[in-house]
Write a protein that binds this ligand. Sequence first.
Ligand SMILES: *Cc1c(COP(=O)(O)O)cnc(C)c1O
Length: 387
Amino acid sequence: MNRARGAYLWDVEGNRYVDLVCAWGPLVAGHAHDDVLRAIRDAIDRGTGFGAPTEIEVDLAERIVASVPSIEKVRLVTSGTEATMTAIRIARAATGRSRIVKFAGCYHGHSDHLLVRAGSGAATFGIPDSAGVPDEVSRLTSVVEYNDIDALARTLASSPPTAAVILEPIAANMGVVPPHDGYLARVRELTRDAGALLIFDEVISGFRVAPGGAQERYGVQPDITCLGKIIGGGLPVGAVGGRAELMDLLAPLGPVYQAGTLSGNPIACSAGLATLRLLTPDAYRQLDETAAEIETGVVAAIAETGVTACVQRVGSLLTLFFGLTRVESFADASRADTGAFARFFRAMIEQGVNLPPSQYEAWFISLAHGPEEIAKIVEAVRAALRS
Ligand SMILES: *Cc1c(COP(=O)(O)O)cnc(C)c1O
């Protein structure tokens, strides 16, 4: 790809595509939004970083604390991977335990102890358990199926005791898989009873489904929250936050070491802050309506063509699964017809629609997707399903 603006990408040959990747989620305002570019230019004009805190970093941190219900204090980092890595280190220090529980098909970045039955690219390329992760490390991570509360209860009841349970409160890295009604509340109860911390990885859902993310939408508060993607507005930012007593374990107040040369750098933080300012209540309504219209159109096209497929959507995240009528876990998702998805993907890109190139990803809708783009996407889906 060569350049992008609004809902569109242009490749090096000048072909234009409606983009449903949006840089894998950060660009909720669309590509190259004027406000975001202006904020970046203003920041650059003042220098690219000072090795010391800046007002813009503090503004972004304050906005996160004000928006996300369970975050009292937050540490900015440079990626989602660092956020989850740090969250686990805090949880292990807080509990004095080593074991981590994650869910099959959830993706939490590429640190060693989380590349176990991972979703996203790891699932796409058939390497959910990455080479190069020592058995001694992966043994500390237990994996259970998403939406299976009994499996989690059994794992938490077994030894050794668990430091933390980490999950995407809206799974979006095995395709979009919403939590069952009441599931997150039960996960909260079970972790509390087991003395384990609950980590919500809201790197995708944070500021996308609501200003307070999935925890606001479902009314369940984790102990620690990881953020990324949208809070950097297209530049590299991550964040880990939670209750003050947990965050105070981080150095220099506490004994858990964490650092980052470029963490909280003013250029990335200014892009993030400019993006968060665009996310008004009206913006969330618009994102939801746009995605709902796409969903309705795709569901109608599935019915018209008789293809076996289903659409799963939460807010402005959705996935079209082939060969399945319902997906509740990675066990389900892994039975999807990925050959059909591959043919569909090619038919879509030939018609000028750029989808995430995997069955195990979400389509990301932005504020730049309007009626013209919705119509184009739905028409292309109908033609692709027919062919
Ligand atoms: C993208 C993602 C990450 C990793 O973030 P990076 O910035 O790519 O390191 C972690 N968790 C979830 C849920 C993600 O979608």
